[in-house]
Write a protein that binds this ligand. Structure first.
Ligand code: DX5
Ligand code: ZN
Length: 228
């Protein structure tokens, strides 16, 4: 089973102090930083673009996990790679097998990782199941994309379990990332169902001690792993 990794989502911090958000992630020992890019079309919010990712890149060495919630990722893939994203995640809802292949070629040529995300009600498409060996991270969204601070949609748990089982059955090293409403109270449910990369916005940055909140999530998830 893949290692537990914590990915704080900086969208939940003061957007005027993203450097501060990065510092918290570094101090707390986060494995990667989750950067939510939303274009106001794919989801109802507008966040930041490649310029911001580039500015943050010069401030830390943590893995940049860029979650593109945008309608036309092919127009921006180069920009986000140049900006310093290490893992670039695209949404299954805006792709098909052929556009996936085009994006994969671009990401792979730069030696970076490709992720594939699904909204709560989206099942893993057949074209994606056929290409799983090229996906480093499957992102299972447990809230509708747009905003930090929503509660986790527990109806996604069977899909999470099914996808984790598929990854294991095929002997793949694909990370199963869970994004949306992850908190100390539900992180064990997620880990039990095979989620190993835990994105947390409010679950880290909404806490009184956000640096410590990263360890709290990690320890709770690891307790499940030890018992399995
Ligand atoms: C939602 C984003 C999530 C979100 C996570 O559109 O993709 O990454 O910011 O924040 P929390 O953990 O607060 O739901
Ligand atoms: Zn996200």
């Amino acid at each position: 089973m893949s290692e537990i990794k914590i990915a704080p989502s900086i969208l939940a911090w003061d957007l005027g102090d993203l450097e501060g958000a990065i510092e918290i992630s570094v101090k707390g020992g986060a494995d990667q930083v989750h950067l939510d890019v939303i274009d106001g079309h794919f989801a109802p919010n507008i966040t930041f673009g490649p310029g911001t990712v580039k500015a943050l890149r010069s401030r830390c060495n943590l893995k940049f996990d860029t979650h593109l919630m945008i309608d036309s990722p092919h127009l921006y893939v180069d920009k986000f790679l140049e900006a310093g994203s290490d893992l670039l995640t695209f949404h299954a809802e805006v792709l098909n097998g052929s556009s996936f292949d085009d994006l994969y070629r671009v990401v792979h040529a730069k030696g970076k990782e490709m992720g594939l995300a699904m909204k709560p009600k989206t099942e893993l498409p057949r074209w994606a199941s056929d290409r799983l060996d090229r996906v480093s991270t499957l992102v299972i969204m447990t809230v509708n994309p747009g905003f930090s601070g929503q509660s986790m949609d527990m109806s996604v748990m069977p899909k999470l379990q099914k996808i984790s089982a598929l990854v294991e059955h095929r002997g793949l090293m694909t990370d199963v990332e869970v994004d949306g409403g992850v908190e100390p109270e539900n992180v064990q449910e997620v880990a039990k169902r095979g989620g190993n990369v835990l994105v947390a916005g409010a679950g880290v940055y909404g806490k009184k001690d956000p640096v410590n909140a990263i360890s709290v999530l990690r320890e709770r998830a690891l307790q499940v792993r030890k018992a399995q």
